[in-house]
Write a protein of this length. Structure first.
Length: 403
């Protein structure tokens, strides 16, 4: 944003710069071009002295006479609070006057003010008023947002056709949000004829520009062969770009591919974590994959099944099975399961209350980095005699994971 309010030039150059606008203003006010240039030179001198109040006074005089350059400059002063109190409404009024006379740069400053007002709006209707104004003046970002609002009926009466039109304008101008939203429209046939190839095309544009949710969509299209031939390698490439970025279900998609044998677990260090996510999401192949590894004594798989049965995720909720899997996972060395067993023994949840055993499991979990384990172990210690505490510490020191 420019902070210099007046052009850094003498009166002759200023007169040349404003050209036709000066002539029009001169004919309305009765001042000659020389007189106008003199007033602008006075404003320039006041600016050099940092006397912004005088600058504002001169520009106000010229603005009221309809000079677009003065309207533009004074609008910026009201926007920034230079020589006058900040007044966005006054700034907008002045800039709109300059835009009406097609003064260069005034529209860009005006749109920026519209967007500032939209961002500062406390209620959606107010935000929409300013976004609509910005969109009408060609701001691509505002068109993209208003397109999504009309498409979904957010804050406005739903108008899918209008939403698609605005989204298309913004997408063709390169707005990645609009491109992704158009991908959704074509993939679902909302407001347009369903067309997977066009959906993939719009999603890919947004994905290549770095939009995470579009990258996930492109991966899914390649995995399932929508709008293109199935290509698991390409799907995995896109999934790997976004795994861990907060897009729901991506880890599970990768896990399902591992469990089905589409990709090899040995190629990816996080493969087991992905499969466990898929199992929790209800993928039967991933559940079987997890159960096979649990039966082989894998601590992470055993703990995952314990959590699943405890919460009823991907399997029917079953407290007895959850306890059994937690016990086996703890014996196999899972710190999460060890902390879970510590809490169960402390609370007597499914087992006989036993603070000594709770201390042992919490101590083991703490040694393996389980969050909160050390603090809870110290709490359990308060319920033990010195002899019991020594015994608990000895048991933890002698403990070995099951084979």
């Amino acid at each position: 944003m420019r902070t210099r309010i007046l052009l850094g030039a003498g009166a002759a150059v200023l007169a040349a710069v404003i050209g036709f606008a000066m002539y029009q203003w001169s004919s309305q006010s009765g001042l000659s071009e020389a007189q106008m240039a003199a007033r602008m030179e006075e404003a320039e001198a006041a600016f050099a002295r940092t006397d912004y109040a005088e600058v504002a006074e001169i520009l106000t005089e010229l603005s009221e006479a309809g000079l677009p350059l003065a309207q533009y400059r004074l609008g910026l002063m009201y926007r920034e609070g230079r020589g006058v109190e900040i007044n966005p409404d006054r700034a907008i009024s002045l800039l709109e006057g300059a835009v009406a006379q097609e003064w260069p740069a005034a529209e860009e400053a005006l749109v920026a003010l519209y967007l500032e007002r939209a961002e500062a709006a406390s209620e959606p209707p107010e935000e929409i008023v300013w976004l609509e104004r910005a969109a009408r003046r060609g701001d691509i970002g505002a068109s993209a947002v208003m397109g999504s609002y009309y498409f979904s009926g957010t804050g406005v009466e739903r108008d899918i056709a209008r939403g698609v039109r605005l989204l298309t304008e913004a997408a063709e101008a390169g707005d990645v949000r609009a491109q992704s939203n158009l991908g959704y429209a074509y993939s679902t046939g909302t407001g347009v004829a369903q067309d997977d190839a066009r959906a993939l095309n719009w999603y890919r544009m947004a994905a290549e520009a770095g939009m995470v949710r579009a990258q996930a969509a492109v991966g899914l299209f390649y995995e399932t062969g929508r709008g293109t031939e199935p290509n698991i390698a390409e799907a995995v490439r896109w999934y790997l770009n976004v795994v861990g970025e907060g897009v729901p279900g991506i880890s599970a998609r990768l896990g399902a591919l591992v469990a089905s044998g589409e990709i090899g677990a040995e190629q990816y260090p996080n493969a087991q974590t992905w499969v466990l996510e898929a199992a929790r999401a209800g993928d039967s192949a991933s559940l079987l994959w997890t159960e096979e590894r649990a039966e082989a004594g894998d601590a992470a798989a055993l703990n995952a099944l314990a959590v699943m049965y405890e919460a009823g995720e991907g399997v029917p909720q079953h407290d007895v099975r959850a306890l059994d899997y937690f016990r086996r996972a703890a014996d196999a060395g899972s710190p999460s399961a060890q902390l879970a067993m510590a809490r169960r023994f402390a609370a007597g949840q499914g087992v006989t209350q036993d603070y000594m055993r709770a201390h042992v499991w919490a101590n083991l979990a703490a040694a393996r980095g389980a969050s909160e384990a050390a603090r809870e172990r110290d709490v359990f210690a308060r319920f033990l005699t010195p002899e019991q505490l020594a015994e608990a510490q000895n048991r933890a020191a002698d403990w070995q994971p099951s084979q």
